[in-house]
Design a protein around this ligand. Structure first.
Ligand SMILES: C[S@@+](CC[C@H](N)C(=O)[O-])C[C@H]1O[C@@H](n2cnc3c(N)ncnc32)[C@H](O)[C@@H]1O
Length: 233
């Protein structure tokens, strides 16, 4: 299942640049980043063993690295639009037989009934609402029965009345690590140009509409959220 990338193609080059101090920047710029990474494997069903795992928007591989701790023998496919992020992952996981795909989600052909687990860390907020809806359907169809889709992200609508307060708290968080304000200014430029977060309640509705029948919030701190959706056909 594929749908064509319609948004600007320069997100790949944006993340080529962002890759340089990526993990330090994420810890200092994304509240609860490490807890949201840990949520991918928190309280999974005891009998769950994913043979095939797809990491959508793998970045420098922090989500895969987290899942790898619990499932070192699984087969991983890492997908990202950024050549540089894929290059970093190839180096980071050189001792593992990973599969790498450089592609936009929107151009990727999702093979049906292939994956046991699909993960996406802080990558889906780069998609518009309609792209998210189509992606949730493609992910659902790519999963086997009892397959799990987990994603961590900022999940608030930019037009919501709570958004200004979120920005205020986010700013004071970022200033603790980067007090000169330069990082915050860069982050807000990036947020304006590339980020399209959606409210978590809407995303939960879209997941049910895509066919998932068990959707849970695994972790929530304000609008920094991890959602887990299970396919039971
Ligand atoms: C903020 S990083 C997250 C990386 C990693 N998953 C993590 O949790 O730290 C977002 C990643 O998603 C990728 N990305 C964003 N939009 C994308 C799209 N439409 N198709 C493919 N990759 C995309 C970017 O290139 C970037 O590497």
């Amino acid at each position: 299942m594929a749908f064509k990338m319609q948004t600007e193609h320069n997100i790949a080059t944006e993340f080529d640049k962002f890759s340089v101090n990526y993990t330090t920047d994420m810890i200092g710029c994304v509240p609860h980043y490490l807890d949201l990474l840990a949520s991918f494997t928190k309280d999974l069903p005891r009998e769950f063993f994913p043979y095939q795992i797809l990491d959508l928007g793998c970045g420098n591989g922090n989500v895969t690295s987290e899942v790898l701790k619990l499932f070192p023998d699984s087969n991983y496919t890492l997908l990202d639009a950024s050549d540089e992020m894929i290059r970093i992952c190839k180096q980071r996981f050189q001792q593992y037989p990973m599969t790498y795909i450089t592609s936009y989600f929107q151009d990727h052909v999702f093979e049906e009934n292939l994956n046991d687990m699909v993960v996406a860390g802080f990558s889906l907020h780069h998609c518009h609402s309609e792209e998210k809806k189509r992606l949730f359907k493609a992910i659902f169809h790519s999963l086997k029965n009892a397959g799990i889709f987990g994603f961590s992200d900022l999940m608030i609508d930019k037009n919501s009345p709570e958004h200004p307060e979120l920005i205020k708290e986010w700013k004071s968080f970022v200033f603790k690590s980067f007090p000169d304000g330069e990082k915050w200014n860069w982050l807000m430029d990036h947020y304006r140009d590339y980020d399209k977060p959606d409210d978590y309640k809407n995303q939960i509705t879209w997941l049910y509409e895509a066919g998932f029948n068990d959707v849970k919030i695994v972790m929530r701190q304000d609008y920094w959220i991890h959602i887990r959706a299970t396919k039971q056909t």
